[in-house]
Design a protein around this ligand. Sequence first.
Ligand code: DC
Length: 227
Amino acid sequence: MISIAIDGPSGAGKSTLARRLAAHYGYLYVDTGAMYRAVGLYGLRQGTDLADGAAVAALLPGVQLRLGYRDGVQHIYLNGEDVSEAIRAEQVGMAASAVSAHPAVRAFLLDTQRALAKTNSVLMDGRDIGTVVLPDADVKIFLTAAPEVRARRRYDQLREKGLPADYETVLADVKQRDYNDTHRAAAPLCQAPDALLVDTSKLDFEQSFQVLCRIIDRHRKDREEER
Ligand code: DC
């Protein structure tokens, strides 16, 4: 069993790269952001004040999350409904960021995340995988890029999907989310001391993929030699 943790701010390319890497190595891809997004979506639908920790904690008994894999692609079910598409909305991203600040929400998701890594070789991405969820992960990568580059990528993605987008608004959202994720008291986004820093500001997808493959291949080779 092997576990690979990829952490970093939103828009650094974590999920696209992690998905491709998991397929390449035959590991299970676990997108922990999707879990926070599903909780955020539930809170939005209930009309809850997402900044209110007690109110959000009170929602959790009504939240049943399940991850399913179809053709290697993770689908997330919220109380039986496949919300994989619905959780991608910009507004749900902000909601996820808000609910993820509450310790009760983090504790609620932690067991599920750890259980997946116990029974599978995983490539897990998020904000606190290398620091909190899997502190003993075999490989830890901290993936980042300049906020302007991340906003540009997000803007291009939205335009490609034909969705209305304004670059300055997207950039402001990226910066706001960075601030929220790094300044919260509970498991804030930060680089684990033993994580390798990869900055993709000047790399395209293929180049970033190759850099990460080299890191993982090196670890696999070292492990083979130890045997
Ligand atoms: O990676 P993402 O954009 O789908 O994540 C959505 C939000 O969820 C993000 O703003 C912070 C939160 N999150 C977290 O706190 N811890 C994780 N392991 C993953 C996501």
